[in-house]
Structure formats: structure tokens, C-alpha cells
Design a protein around this ligand. Sequence first.
Ligand SMILES: Cc1cc2nc3c(=O)[nH]c(=O)nc-3n(C[C@H](O)[C@H](O)[C@H](O)COP(=O)(O)OP(=O)(O)OC[C@H]3O[C@@H](n4cnc5c(N)ncnc54)[C@H](O)[C@@H]3O)c2cc1C
Length: 319
Amino acid sequence: MISKLRYGLHAFVSTKIKNWQHLDEQEASVWIRRWIGKRAYEVFWQRLFALKFFEYKDNLSAAWIWSRIKRVGVSRKSLMQEQMGYLEGGSQTLLDEFGKAISALGGKFNLKTAVRQLSIKNNALDVLRTDVDSRHYDAVFSTIPLPLVADIIPALPDEYKQKYRSVQNMGVVCVILQMKKPVSDNFWLNISDEAIDIPGIIEFSNLRPLGTHVVYVPYYMPQTHAKHDMSNDEFIAEAQSYIKKLNPDLADDDFSHAHVSRYAFAQPICPPGFLKKLPPIETDIKGLYIADTSYYYPEDRSISESVRLGQKMAAMYRG
Ligand SMILES: Cc1cc2nc3c(=O)[nH]c(=O)nc-3n(C[C@H](O)[C@H](O)[C@H](O)COP(=O)(O)OP(=O)(O)OC[C@H]3O[C@@H](n4cnc5c(N)ncnc54)[C@H](O)[C@@H]3O)c2cc1C
């Protein structure tokens, strides 16, 4: 009971904290343990940290984890009921509208076109080389993952390149399952069970009615992890076995479709004092702005944060 009360108090206090600067230099697991004690930490948090951050689990920023606790804590209609939103049609709706607005202003998209190199001359933008052409642009806003930036812009100062390269990211293998029946009534289910090697499942159809049941099972892991080499079929089989453990009423023929996606830059790892380790978004090279999801700090990745940071970067542009 004491552990539960301490856990609840910590979550409540986290929703009331406005100034996060004092948490920036603190380590997340130390901060949480101080509030909720060893027992509650072991039951609730320990496995979540271990299965999402592996070797980085004991060097995370308290400010980053606080912003996640707060986000969940304030997403509530009442004490007992969470409230979250979604876009009709998903992110595609937002992207389609962006696309229309940008095209109407004369913008052009080159999709599936990798940027290979950006050269710099006299501390100014020179030529941007892509798979299709090489051109000069007045401004470049780079939002590709930071560790990839240094190789694409070799003329950047060594100090910047070293900082971009040093941002670590957790990869993800994301298994999406379409089901004939629901797994649970929850949108989000955290799991802390020695027999289940995932930190949780997200039952998307419990947030957004889809006319079918869709669950995603994220396997966050460094790309160096032995499990990363498992085949897609092995991931699907394991995810299905976990789902059946969570809901023993489900049988093999309740799984209709499965899909696996992999992404190396799924989650930037934010150690204490993270923001100070990042170069400024506006670089010393006129017209060059560089950021990725790391700059949402202390907020976590989300489409809302992408939009907020995009607006901030656009406002920095001096023409
Ligand atoms: C499992 C998972 C679940 C999530 N769920 C949610 C959710 O429910 N709600 C939510 O709001 N957010 C969610 N997010 C977070 C959301 O996906 C991110 O915040 C968002 O994708 C960030 O967008 P971005 O464009 O900044 O970066 P990214 O999506 O990382 O895009 C970077 C892009 O750069 C491209 N690129 C790399 N190199 C080059 C190059 N040389 N030339 C051109 N392009 C290049 C990559 O191909 C990639 O498309 C989730 C993330 C994950 C991993």
C-alpha cells in the first residue's frame, strides 16, 4: 500500500511540475526510486527501462522521463479516465493537407530522393546533391536523424560533427497484428513480466475505431542486439505467443494479418544534460538549420512536437 501511495504521489506531483530545469542533470531511475522506493520501482519501472533502453537504462535524463509521466498524467478527463485524441485517417490526413498547402505556394516534393551531400563554400550554402540533381538552395532545413548529418555535410566544424554522431538512438522492430478479436479494452498496456520480453503493447483500435482490431508490438532494441537478427516471421511468432499469454482466450486463427517494420532511429536516447550536448539548430552557416526529434527534449517524440519544432525552425529563417 505504501508503495502504491508513493507511486501515485510521484505521478501526481509530476503533473504539477512546470519548470523542469532542475531535473535536467538528474538521472531518471535515481529520481524515480527516490520518490517511489525500491519496491515500486522494481515492479513498475525496472523492466520498462531495461526493455526499452538496454545498456543505456541507468543513464537517462529525469527531465525526459518526467515529461512522459506528465503527458500521460494530464491526458485525463477525470482522475480515473484518460482522454487522448487521434486524427481521422491518421497522420496521412495531416500530410495530405501539408502537401496541398505547400504545393499551393509553389513548393515541390521529391519523395524517395535521398540527399547525398551538401557542400559549403565561404561559410555559405553551396550545392545540395540528391539522387536526381545538384542545385543551390538559399536555405536547407535538415530533419534527417542527427547521426547521419555529419557524413552528408563534411564541411561542418568537427565539434558539430562529433556532437551529431554522439547522439545515440534506439532502433525498433515493430510488429503490427490484425486480429479478429480484441486483446484487451486498453489502448496502451505496459508489461512487467519476466516471461515477456516486450515493455508493452498498443491496441490501436481501442483508441481509434477501425472496423477491425489492430495491435502493435514494439521491440525497441539497439541494432547491435542479438535479437535484431531474428527474421520477421520469428518476431511475428513471438509477438503472437505473448498476445496469447496476455489473453488466453485467443487462438491461432484469431490472427488475420501481420506486418513488420524496422527503423534504426526510433528513439533518441537522452542522458542527463542532453540539451547542452546538442549544437544550436541555427548553424553558423547562413541558411542551414539542423534538427531532428532529439530537439523535442525534454518532450518525447510525437507528431505534435514535430509540428511545434517545425514552426520554431521556420520562424528562425531570416530570408
Ligand atoms: C513505434 C513508434 C510509435 C510511435 N507512435 C506515435 C504516435 O502514436 N503518435 C505520435 O504523435 N508519434 C508517434 N511516434 C513518433 C513519431 O513517429 C515521430 O515523432 C515522427 O515520425 C518524427 O518525424 P520526423 O520527420 O522528424 O523524423 P522521422 O520520422 O525519423 O523521419 C526522418 C526521415 O528522414 C529520412 N532520411 C534519412 N536520411 C535521408 C537522406 N539522406 N535524404 C533524405 N531523407 C533522408 C528517413 O528516411 C526518414 O523518413 C512513434 C514512433 C515510433 C518509433
